[in-house]
Design a protein around this ligand. Structure first.
Ligand code: H2U
Ligand code: ZN
Length: 348
């Protein structure tokens, strides 16, 4: 018997973090049936008078949103990070180790339209979201106390998102989060060995192999990465190595809006549902003098497995030992690649 990646259990390494995932393809012996459950289309109004994020409405703490017409950013009223925390730390016997953390949290409303998501917004409006990400990041990058800026979107009730109004968040902190520490270390080591960013080489490899590619345009490639853990996890990678999103040309910003719409539409079309996910931009720490090897990118981590209602759980062996998946990254990519880029709710 010879080893077959599509048949036999194996572990794959994530070169961005050094972590491993177990793949058990034999558990999906039967061919993919592509069962999709028709979910009653959620009909939300364009403006909801009870929504905290809609234009002109009052928020939970009584502040009033402006009558915004494209994107709108406000200070998170229930922020996890606060700017007025005094410095402090605990260090006891190499056992108790703690440090104070300062920062700021903001909310970005993607559109005044309560009923839309990135997948349903026109590309020109997604471009305004890209511009907002860039300007917010630029602003935080100037602040000496801020060492990392996490821009992300948490979408869907299943992900614990509290409001269906299309929005994302920014958490800017004085500390560098663990995922970023891992990615800095791995990307730097790769660069020192190969004089090329890890993701530049990975883009080349995936364009050559094709089987994990979901969608691409002139400036970006989206793959289900070889080491994906979530069933339909994707990695959106600029084809050109850039440390920060502020380095994008106008054309690249347009292309980011384009690829975001095309990817999120494919996601919605997979199970004919507004596809939940946590997605976020990873880029170098903001005060770093050494950003060697850094190549910014966007992770999409969707929890759905088989239908709009069947979610993958990170429990048992996965929580205690090692993340594990059944459907291979290659099979997931094939499914996403074969989907339409016309949103299932649109009339075209
Ligand atoms: P989530 O649904 O992903 O939790 O995002 C909504 C954010 O909006 C959440 O962080 C903030 C919450 O703190 N928020 C306000 O700042 N003001 C409000 O009036 C409602 C929600
Ligand atoms: Zn709203």
């Amino acid at each position: 018997m010879t080893f077959d990646f599509n048949e036999h259990s194996h572990i794959r390494q994530n070169p961005l973090t050094g972590d491993w995932v177990m793949v058990s393809p034999h558990r999906t012996k039967r061919p993919w049936q592509g069962k999709t459950e028709e979910i009653a289309s959620d009909t939300r109004p364009q403006h909801d008078p009870t929504c905290y994020l809609c234009a002109g409405n009052s928020r939970a703490n009584g502040e009033v949103n402006s009558n915004y017409s494209d994107t709108y950013v406000f200070q998170n009223d229930f922020a996890a990070l606060q700017s007025d925390v005094p410095d402090g730390n605990i260090q006891k016997n190499n056992l108790l180790n703690a440090q104070s953390v300062k920062g700021e949290c903001r909310v970005i409303c993607f559109s005044p339209r309560h009923d839309l998501t990135l997948a349903e917004m026109p590309t020109s409006d997604i471009r305004k979201v890209v511009d907002t990400w860039v300007s917010e990041f630029e602003n935080f990058k100037q602040q000496k106390d801020i060492h990392y800026v996490q821009i992300f979107e948490n979408k869907g009730e299943i992900m614990g998102c509290s409001n269906p109004h299309p929005h994302g968040q920014i958490w800017a902190s004085s500390n560098i989060p663990v995922e970023i520490l891992k990615e800095s270390k791995q990307q730097k080591a790769y660069f020192q060995q190969h004089q090329q960013t890890l993701l530049t080489d990975y883009v080349q490899l995936e364009i050559a192999e094709k089987e994990r590619v979901v969608v691409e345009n002139d400036s970006f490639l989206v793959v289900v990465p070889f080491w994906a853990f979530w069933p339909f996890e994707t990695l959106l990678i600029p084809k050109r190595a850039m440390v920060y999103i502020t380095e994008m040309t106008e054309k690249e910003k347009d292309d980011l809006a384009d690829i975001t719409r095309r990817l999120t539409t494919r996601y919605d079309n997979l199970f004919n549902t507004s596809f939940p996910y946590s997605a976020g931009i990873h880029q170098a720490p903001t005060q770093a003098t050494d950003t060697e090897g850094w190549h910014w990118h966007i992770h999409f981590y969707p929890p759905l497995l088989r239908s709009a209602t069947v979610k993958k759980f990170m429990v048992g062996y996965e929580l205690l030992a090692n993340p594990q998946r059944d459907i291979t990254a290659e099979k997931a990519a094939e499914q996403l690649r074969n989907l339409s880029e016309i949103h299932y709710k649109s009339d075209n």
